[in-house]
Design a protein around this ligand. Structure first.
Ligand SMILES: Nc1nc2c(ncn2[C@@H]2O[C@H](COP(=O)(O)OP(=O)(O)O)[C@@H](O)[C@H]2O)c(=O)[nH]1
Ligand SMILES: [Mg+2]
Length: 285
């Protein structure tokens, strides 16, 4: 399955980001802690140039806690400022302003020296669709200013939000990139909901996710779906076994694979299955 989703509005957003980046002091790149590599847009480096950067690993509540710590260390070792957040509860968000100030300390000292004390720090927030950009901004601002919804592609156009006199945030619509180098990147983005379901074959998507979870988190899959995991089974056979246990049958006693795929994706995305990180630092080439 070749997943590509690069609608015209993303080209427009990309242009807007490149234009606006001159007006900001720092770029906060929000990634999904469950897929900390796949949810990084490879075009961001070229788009934002040498602007100071903050890496925000969001959705930590849905990711494996041990892996969260590893991924935080991974990006810190690359010299990046890193923040681990759960925007559902707001965990980690309080550290945002101090982390930004620390990343910009030289610039802020210069402003101070020039008497520019009232100048607000401007931060652009960007990331793939549905990663939590608007929710993050609302958490930082302590109110609902940015429109958030559990569906890729809700924020349109640019939106400045004033947190307080010292800090302004720019919300941006989610962007992907024209071609996923690796099929697994497209799949990871689809499992986590960054790519619209409507553009994919759900049976294939559900089968691949089931296979991946059975390899990485077999106990959790067994606990929830009551299936024995045969290591030599095909991905779709594992999905089929779960569907059979759930009684998702169609005429002739066949398993309704699409229904089971929908259930698996919903249960994975809502966290009912557990906290899973689909990429591990050792995977990085
Ligand atoms: N569990 C969990 N859900 C989150 C988190 N951040 C955002 N969400 C939810 O994810 C959905 C998409 O968030 P939104 O801010 O609109 O994403 P955006 O498209 O990147 O602006 C919303 O339903 C949020 O409530 C998080 O850290 N944990
Ligand atoms: Mg948004």
């Amino acid at each position: 399955m070749d997943i590509q989703w690069y609608p015209g509005h993303m080209t427009k957003t990309r242009r807007m980001i490149v234009e606006q980046v001159k007006n900001v002091d720092l770029v906060a790149e929000i990634v999904d802690a469950r897929i900390p590599i796949s949810s990084r847009n490879p075009d961001v480096d070229a788009m934002v140039g040498d602007r100071p950067r903050l890496m925000v690993l969001n959705r930590c509540d849905q990711a494996d806690p041990e892996r969260n710590a590893q991924w935080g260390a991974y990006y810190r070792a690359k010299g990046m400022a890193v923040l681990l957040t759960d925007c559902k509860s707001g965990t980690g968000v309080k550290q945002f302003a101090p982390t930004v100030r620390d990343a910009l300390r030289d610039k802020l000292a210069q402003w101070q020296a020039k008497g520019m004390t009232g100048k607000a720090v401007r931060v652009m927030v960007l990331g793939v669709p549905n990663v939590g950009k608007s929710t993050f901004i609302n958490q930082v601002a302590g109110r609902k200013s940015a429109k958030a919804q559990n569906k890729p592609g809700v924020t349109r156009g640019k939106q400045w939000i004033t947190v307080d006199r010292g800090l302004e945030l720019l919300d941006t619509p989610g962007i992907l990139w024209p071609k996923f180098e690796d099929q697994s990147v497209g799949l990871n983005l689809a499992y986590t909901g960054a790519v619209k379901d409507a553009i994919m074959d759900l049976e294939t998507l559900g089968s691949r996710l089931m296979g991946l979870l059975c390899r990485r988190y077999p106990e959790a899959v067994t606990a929830r779906y009551k299936i024995e995991i045969d290591p030599s089974a095909q991905d779709w056979e594992l999905l089929e076994a779960a569907g059979r246990k759930r009684g998702f049958l169609i005429s002739g006693g066949e398993v309704d694979l699409e229904r089971m795929a929908r259930v698996l994706l919903e249960e994975y995305r809502s966290g009912k299955l557990g906290r899973f990180t689909l990429e591990i630092p050792e995977d990085v080439k």
